[in-house]
Design a protein around this ligand. Structure first.
Ligand code: MN
Length: 292
């Protein structure tokens, strides 16, 4: 089993103009990655034909990720706001299909941003029903959804793998999987092994992010424990590097993620370093289990 290594487009570009589209695909491929994660928070920016063409000619796979905004939040009591969210998510499913990908992930169930109060039962029920509807639309096109577990400052619906699994159970569709991100898990989980074991074969996608979202290994995250847990559970999905700096600004995303400071300037160097770090980490973890 060969591991698929991915990289989030924000390492290279902040938008999807034709120049940015070509740049993101080419630089991800040049750095040695197999997959480009397309930020799909603003679908109007993306030319799916151009992006799909660039991906195909570079031999790259793709995934897409997004976070909802408050104006189209399915985790809301107002049915009109929820409907806008459902419509947007169904459009995003269409984008994923157009790119020849089968995976849409991120904060698909909530605004990606700071709430000022806990989720209400009604808003939660709306989020469950909305995700069920989107999952059924995705299933017809052979597309899987990944529910990314994010920290308390970025959603009020759930912040741990266990609670996310409960939410996914409520949605009750078999194309809805769990998406785990080390940056968020480092804030919310007791350690980085337990959540991987809890997720088991429902884990379909992984974000590798450092505690400050900069260079891997320069923060406080226990990556060896996380990589060992992936090997221990036989995880076979993509391993995707995610990092943000004020050097690359996505107007629709950077402010929601509180990307205020410059953790790196050179996305190409960062990307190469991250790929080495992840491959070395997985190789060391496999050696622990005699799986080299
Ligand atoms: Mn993430």
């Amino acid at each position: 089993m060969t591991t698929t290594y991915g990289i989030h487009a924000s390492v290279f570009v902040g938008g999807w103009s034709p120049e940015e589209t070509r740049s993101a695909v080419r630089r991800a491929a040049d750095a040695g990655y197999d997959l480009l994660e397309v930020t799909a928070s603003d679908l109007s920016e993306i030319d799916p034909n151009l992006l799909g063409e660039e991906l195909r000619s570079a031999g790259m796979q793709a995934s897409a990720s997004l976070g909802l905004g408050f104006d189209r939040d399915v985790n809301n009591e107002d049915p009109q706001v929820v409907q806008r969210g459902v419509d947007f998510l169904v459009d995003a499913v269409g984008l994923v299909e157009g790119l020849g990908s089968d995976y849409l992930c991120g904060c698909l169930y909530s605004t990606l941003g700071k709430y000022s109060a806990p989720a209400t039962p009604k808003a939660r029920a709306n989020a469950v029903a909305a995700l069920r509807e989107v999952a059924r639309a995705a299933s017809e096109r052979g597309i899987r959804l990944g529910v990314e577990v994010v920290n308390r400052y970025e959603t009020n619906l759930f912040n741990t793998v266990r609670d996310a699994l409960g939410f996914i159970d409520e949605v009750g569709e078999d194309n809805v999987y769990l998406h785990l991100d080390t940056y968020h898990a480092n804030i919310e989980e007791g350690d980085l092994r337990r959540p991987v074991l809890d997720a088991g074969d429902r884990l379909a996608y992984v974000h590798i992010g450092e505690s400050h979202r900069g260079y891997l290994g320069s923060g406080t995250i226990d990556f060896p424990a996380f990589f060992r847990a992936l090997v221990e559970t036989g995880y076979e999905g993509p391993i995707t590097f995610e990092s943000f700096s004020s050097a690359v600004v996505d107007p629709a995303l950077s402010n929601n993620l509180a990307v205020w400071r410059n953790l790196w300037d050179d996305g190409d160097d960062l990307a190469r370093h991250a790929l080495r770090f992840m491959k070395d980490g997985m190789q060391a973890a496999r050696a622990c289990y005699g799986k080299v």
